[in-house]
Design a protein around this ligand. Sequence first.
Ligand code: IMP
Ligand code: MG
Length: 185
Amino acid sequence: MRVLISEEKIQAKVQELAQTINRDYGNRNDLEDNPVLLVGLLKGSFVFLADLVRHLTIPVEIDFMAATSYVGTQSTGNLIILKNLNESVHDRHVLIVEDIIDTGLTLYEIRERLLLESPASFEICTLLDKPVKRHSAVPVKYVGYTIGDEFVVGYGIDYNEQYRSLPYVGVVEGAVEGAEGSDRE
Ligand code: IMP
Ligand code: MG
């Protein structure tokens, strides 16, 4: 395993992201009545969300969604929801928390779908961004680290369900580029 982003660097970045989020949402006067709804995308975001939320000082609620996207014949609508949110996001301040964005397809589809419910606001926060293979443009307000076209694991992110528990982000040596068999969730 080659360490790409150390535990210390990740923790520093998570704090920095939380401070920015606290600042951005902090001057809204409706958060006491309408807390920010953090939507963690399972499974990969569970570690990031758990660390991030402990640095947030704004009122928040937490929900999770599990979805997988596939490249079909249509440009949109290729989303399978494995676990939906417990409640509608209508009039909610939605902040999506994602582990890594690659092609952008999953988030594009989720965004389209949730915007239909008319949330009060909608933003995306991702720990890692891999813009090289992006083909579905999706506006991401909060980005931790931008990385190259490498298949990474750790800090919630898996290869064949392995390595999620690593406290750092690394590259499996000898792993094939764009490895098959990894969950897209
Ligand atoms: P997208 O729809 O191509 O943006 O897919 C994003 C999802 O693919 C992420 O939430 C991950 O679950 C998975 N993914 C993308 N890149 C990697 C990687 O480098 N390692 C492990 N999973 C990845
Ligand atoms: Mg994911």
